[in-house]
Unconditional design. Structure first.
Length: 131
């Protein structure tokens, strides 16, 4: 697992996010409170900052996962899958749920964003262990 695997895993997580949020776009826009234009599209859809932030974030997550996996001896796709699922479900999603509970956000937003954190982490971790 080297820098190439980190980049590929991060990009894989980013691509998974694009698919995830395409599937849940209508519901996510309704519950997230994102500003929409007259056509019902997010006002910031052409702003590159959220996309760049997401890609860099996925690469950073992949890098930290790689570091943790090396220290923990996680080196098979099965181990990566379980570790990624656990990281997303038991580390990231509870934080998201906490933030949203205090912010009074809808439960569906927790499920959509927490689902991406869970399954995106699973994708990143599994891809990392393929190399």
């Amino acid at each position: 697992m080297g820098i190439l695997s980190v980049l590929i895993a991060g990009i894989s997580g980013f691509i998974f996010g694009a698919i995830w949020y395409t599937v849940f776009a209508t519901r996510w826009m309704a519950v997230s409170g994102v500003a929409l234009d007259a056509e019902g599209k997010p006002i910031n859809r052409s702003n590159p900052v959220p996309y760049i932030t997401s890609l860099v974030g996925c690469i950073l997550v992949a890098g930290m996962m790689r570091h943790t996996f090396v220290l923990s001896g996680i080196d098979t796709p099965g181990e990566g899958f379980v570790a990624g699922l656990g990281i997303g479900l038991f580390l990231v999603t509870p934080w998201i749920a906490t933030f949203y509970a205090f912010g009074g956000k809808p439960r569906d937003l927790v499920l959509i964003d927490g689902g991406y954190a869970t399954f995106g982490s699973t994708v990143i971790a599994t891809v990392l262990t393929l190399f």
